[in-house]
Design a protein around this ligand. Structure first.
Ligand code: UDX
Ligand code: UDX
Length: 464
């Protein structure tokens, strides 16, 4: 690689975002230190085990192992770093606002170990607009006076999706950088192999044929912070829009998938993020839309479109349960299988997963729940101990003897399931397919409810 200069990079917080970023930068050739306050996590990483599930991450971590080291110690991770990323979590507080305590403590610890050479501190956690300046102030207060003006805060929001994190970080649509021009120059050096796409593509995350290079958007701290929120809010809005239209499709007899395809061909709209279903979950959309609405409220500015997107998403979870209740009537004593616990396929992340709310409500109504997930079931054992459900070892086992099933996550296993066979093992064949995974009318007698569409014979059969 021409003119490539490896930089010393420290990543504070090795969660979904931090770990992915650390491994990606090490794979690009930088010398990366991953720091986390959780010694158990660091011990696992030192043993080259991953604390999270993300497809391909184990392979990339093995390939980049020579450039990676792990620590819990700020004193050994900060002084030599050219660039320091803050990737600690910002979980929502009870009022929906993000908890910035971790960002604050990371900033303070970083400040105490800055070394007086120009160092760049990058906010990658999703933080409320204005946090970049606030972090700069915390650092100013806690750094050695002599080092003043020798550090720069940058906002470099993350757009990767869990489950496709490697693909999204190696072949991004754009890289957004906000902050002081000196620091942005440093960031361009860091990302040069990505910006120019000069790194050799790993065979397990091949470069898409049509992919060229990412757009680089350079802007101010505040605009960069706003870009992250506006992007997530817009995606959330698209999903809620699809779900709202899906409800009307059900009432007038239209098919949401054909409608989404019909509008998606308009390049101004696009096909993506129009899949109707159980609504969005995960750590970002819910938190980011609420944060934007709260920021608006702080400034006396109402954001009715975003409030509506949040309400439609909330309503959608109720829609799924209403469909179940329509067929089972009394839920007390009924056995309901829930397929899929993760908030989406290919991850073990359970944050704000629709399945959580389904199980909680079924518990409340006295139903017995049997749940299955190909990956997240173990994490659920730790994080969902407040819920009552039996674990099933397979989708088929979950359906055995059930009065109904809710498909909450569109894992490939559920798309590929032999539904005709599985249904025959149920006590009553009520299928609430909240992710539209069943693609054909079943030969076995069954009630199938989907979102925004009804299963019909394919056109060939209908018109034969
Ligand atoms: C990320 C972003 O940072 C967050 O802003 C965004 O909204 C969602 O995605 P994520 O990586 O998913 O968060 O969070 P999590 O998996 O909880 O990881 C955070 C890590 O930071 C944990 O490993 C935690 O131990 C660590 N941490 C937390 C620190 O190292 N220091 C702290 O002070 C607090
Ligand atoms: C999202 C953003 O896409 C990413 O850019 C940002 O960095 C973090 O937040 P993530 O939460 O990992 O990523 O998953 P994503 O694929 O966006 O899905 C979010 C939720 O929306 C999931 O629950 C998914 O099931 C749902 N979804 C997505 C739909 O219901 N319909 C769709 O068409 C797409």
């Amino acid at each position: 690689m021409q003119d490539f200069k490896p930089l010393n990079v420290t990543i504070v917080g090795t969660g979904y975002v931090g770990l992915g970023t650390a491994v990606m930068l090490a794979a690009l050739g930088h010398r990366v230190t991953g720091l986390d306050v959780d010694p158990a996590k660091i011990a696992m990483l030192e043993r080259r085990e991953l604390p999270i599930y993300e497809p391909g991450l184990d392979l990339l971590m093995a390939d980049a192992a020579g450039n990676l080291r792990w620590t819990t110690d700020y004193a050994s991770a900060i002084p030599d770093a050219d660039i320091i990323f803050i990737c600690v979590g910002t979980p929502p507080l009870a009022d929906g606002r993000p908890n910035l305590a971790y960002v604050e403590s990371a900033a303070r610890s970083i400040a105490q170990h800055l070394n007086g050479k120009p160092q760049v501190i990058v906010n990658k956690s999703t933080v409320p607009i204005g946090t970049g300046d606030w972090v700069a102030r915390i650092i100013e207060e806690h750094a050695n006076r002599a080092h003043e003006n020798r550090y720069f805060v940058v906002s470099n929001p993350e757009f990767l999706r869990e489950g496709t994190a490697l693909h999204d970080s190696l072949y991004p649509d754009r890289i957004v950088l906000g902050g002081h021009p000196f620091a942005l120059g440093r960031m361009r050096e860091l990302y040069a192999p990505l910006i120019l796409q000069t790194f050799p593509a790993p065979h397990y995350v091949p470069r898409p044929v049509e992919y060229t290079v990412p757009a680089v958007v350079e802007t101010t701290l505040t605009s960069a912070e706003m870009i992250k929120y506006a992007a997530n809010a817009f995606l959330a809005l698209k999903i809620s829009f699809a779900n709202e239209i899906a409800g009307l499709c059900e009432r007038v007899g239209a098919d949401i998938e054909q409608v989404a395809s019909g509008i998606g061909h308009d390049k101004r709209i696009g096909h993506r993020f129009l899949a109707a279903g159980a609504g969005w979950g995960g750590s970002c959309f819910g938190k980011d839309t609420s944060a934007l609405v709260s920021t608006g409220a702080d400034y006396g500015y109402d954001m009715p479109i975003l409030r509506a997107a949040v309400n439609v998403n909330q309503r959608q979870r109720g829609v799924v349960l209403e469909k179940l209740q329509k067929h089972l009537r009394l839920l007390k004593g009924k056995r309901v299988a829930v397929l899929g616990m993760a908030f989406k396929p290919d991850t073990d992340d359970l944050r704000d997963a629709p399945a959580h709310d389904f199980i909680a409500r079924l518990n409340q109504l006295g139903a017995t729940v049997v749940a299955h997930d190909p990956i997240a079931i173990e994490r659920a054992r730790r994080e969902w101990s407040h819920l009552s459900y039996a674990e099933a070892s397979s989708a088929e086992a979950a359906l055995h003897g059930a009065d109904a099933v809710i498909v909450a996550t569109e894992w490939k296993q559920y798309r590929d399931l032999d539904w005709n066979r599985a249904v025959r093992a149920m006590r009553s064949p009520v299928l609430i397919d909240a992710r539209n995974v069943i693609r054909e009318v079943l030969a076995a007698p069954a009630i199938v409810e989907q979102i925004g569409r009804e299963l019909v014979e394919t056109a060939d059969e209908v018109y034969a």
